[in-house]
Structures are given as C-alpha cells and as structure tokens.
Design a binder for this molecule. Sequence first.
Ligand SMILES: [Zn+2]
Length: 226
Amino acid sequence: MFIGHFGLAFAVRRAVPQVSLGTAFLAAQFLDLLWPTLLFVGGETVRIEPGATEVTPLVFESYPISHSLLMAVAWGLLVGGVYAWRHRHLVGSVAVGLLVPSHWLLDALVHVPDLPLAPGSGTLVGLGLWNSRAATLMAEVPMFVIGVWLYLRSTRALDAIGRYGLLGLVVLLALAHAANLSGPPPPSAAAIAWVGQAQWLFVLWAYWIDRHRETTLPWSRQATPA
Ligand SMILES: [Zn+2]
C-alpha cells in the first residue's frame, strides 16, 4: 500500500489538529521509511519477480524488523513516546503511536501473505488485494481522496506555499502511486532502497506546507501543530 497510508495521515491531521501533517506522514509511513535503510545494511531482503502479483513485482522475502506486527507496535510505542516527551500532548501521542502500526494493518490488506507476526515467527499474513489492480485501486484511492478532502476542510492556506505546495504534494503522491502501479519493474534491490529513501522528502514537504496552513476547526483555533 502506498497512498492509502498518506490518506490516513491527512485524515488524522483533521481529527487531532495538534499533530502536524509532517508528523502524521512520518508515523503512518514509519515502517516504510525504516525499510530502505534495513535493505541497505542487509538486515532485510526483497526480490524482484515481474508478475509476482498484478500490482507489484516485489517479493518481500524477509522484513521482520520493519514489517512484523510485534515490531510495528514497538515502533509505535517508540514514536508515540518521543512525541509525548517532546510535546506533552496525550491525544497527539496516542494518535501518532497508533498511526505507526496502522501501516501494518493497511499493508496486510494488500500484501500477499508475507507480513510476519513477530521476528522469527513462521505465520505470515496478507489478504492479497495486490493480486487485483482494480481491487487495490478501489481500496487505496478513496482513502487518499477522503483523507485529502478532510485535510482541506479543516485547514486553510495562509499563503501561496500553503496552497500550491499542498497541490504539488498531492499531485506528486498520486503520480508516484501511478508509477508504482504501471511503471517498469525496478532494476535492482538497491534502486528500490534509494527510491524508498526519497520518501523522506514527502515528510519534509508535509512539515513545510503544514506551517503555511492554519487549522480552521472551531475547537482548535489556538492549536499549533507539531
Ligand atoms: Zn509497508
């Protein structure tokens, strides 16, 4: 799953306005932000096999540190804990902490059974929506559209960066998703890891534009997202 995670992050920014869109992106994509580094250092492995599923040629051979349920919960506790320590905001910390393992649950919808319950566990989970391009799109695109819509409804641009920066971010996420779905298979695992690292740019971009938008929800006018 790709843009579905971002859709949820956009929606959480509305539900808990204290959480910056950048922080929501970081939490919702934390497992996928960790994974490229683990590919580089050799801890986790991926194989390219065109036709493996209708949607992706990637075969996730082993990724227990980034993508097991147990570790997803542990990473959630860590990220939520850091947020609590820095911002002393209970609801924000819980939202951020839950967003991290939400990634695992959403991945479990689309992945074929390759998601371990815990490091070393032989039980692999995945409902396999990736076997159908149409089913994948039907699951992810509405999540993204609704999330962006909720974000638009609850914030207002303060300037051109807030307006066009957001537009650019949404368009780029949609294009990246389209490229994932219909582009040629990546040339190597190293290439996958490099492209994966580029996702940090989305996080930085989200922090940037979120500072150029203000929350318009009446119950949180004073809240400064962080
Ligand atoms: Zn993932």
